[in-house]
Design a protein around this ligand. Structure first.
Ligand SMILES: Nc1nc2c(ncn2[C@@H]2O[C@H](COP(=O)(O)OP(=O)(O)OP(=O)(O)O)[C@@H](O)[C@H]2O)c(=O)[nH]1
Length: 253
């Protein structure tokens, strides 16, 4: 049962915050402030607040690949085995390299309804700074779905005029290697050919691997923000100066 539909506008949503009390997981809702898709560097503040960075992350993949397990592992360091089928955006603050990072993580269900997919995909893509695409190493079909989702995200971002899309591909359930149907090489090759980062993890077994996934994505988001803000490269400066001088020379002839 889906507790909420998130299709009606992304901003100002009801946002469940996750709390874990002994063995029971409780979801508490609060309103998420409207968030921009930009990193926010609050330069008018001091201390860690001055370095506060916000990152919107969308977690996608086929059914039962471990999207929620991965997200909950990152949020709570725990693996609880079974998760409700709830579409949620979680808010989570961490400090990375002295920077205060605020992750908003949208754990999305898989949908095959093409009309719904197109509409919601555009909203998610607009909202997201980066994507985590999860497949199960024991489920070849889930790997094919990742391939399609990468194309879909890149197509939508291109349409929206965004050059670089930070994407991390995650092969989950590494602990079930005896049931593996997708090799590590295949995952790595897909990542190489689509300019994505690649990790194989077990959300069930370790927190560390999951942490690397989120940190890896954060690096990519930072890079994409930096390259988007970069002034024209030296080549283009030389090119435009030569054009100016060439024009002057022809003017004076
Ligand atoms: N062995 C193993 N099982 C895992 C791992 N991660 C998740 N699972 C199990 O896989 C099942 C599905 O996990 P979920 O996190 O609910 O997967 P999901 O992709 O969010 O599923 P949907 O909400 O249906 O889309 C659960 O039974 C988890 O316990 C893992 O790393 N190893």
């Amino acid at each position: 049962m889906r507790s909420e539909r998130l299709g009606e506008g992304v901003f100002g949503l009801m946002v469940p915050e996750l709390f874990v009390t002994s063995s029971q997981m409780v979801l508490r809702h609060s309103i998420l402030k409207p968030t921009s898709t930009e990193f926010r560097n609050c330069s008018d503040m001091s201390g860690t607040a001055a370095l506060k960075v916000e990152a919107n992350v969308v977690v996608l993949g086929a059914d039962r690949v471990g999207k929620t397990a991965l997200t909950v592992r990152f949020l709570t360091r725990r693996f609880i085995g079974e998760y409700g089928d709830i579409e949620s955006i979680y808010s989570h603050n961490v400090i990375v390299d002295g920077r205060d990072i605020s992750f908003n993580i949208w754990d999305c269900p898989y949908s095959q309804d093409l009309s719904e997919v197109k509409c919601i995909q555009e909203k998610r893509t607009q909202w997201a700074d980066g994507f985590i695409l999860v497949y199960s190493i024991c489920d070849r079909a889930s790997f094919s779905i990742i391939r399609q989702q990468i194309q879909c995200i890149k197509g939508t971002k291109e349409y929206l005029g965004v050059e670089k899309v930070p994407i991390v591909i995650v092969g989950n359930k590494r602990d079930l290697h005896h049931r593996r149907t997708v090799s590590s090489e295949e995952g790595r090759l897909l990542a190489l050919s689509t300019d994505c980062e690649f990790y194989e993890v077990s959300a069930a077994e370790t927190y560390h691997g999951v942490l690397l996934v989120f940190h890896g994505l954060l690096e990519r988001i930072r890079d994409s923000r930096t390259s988007a803000k970069k002034p024209a490269g030296i080549k283009s400066i030389v090119k435009s100066m030569s054009a100016v001088f060439a024009r002057k020379r022809t003017d004076s002839v």
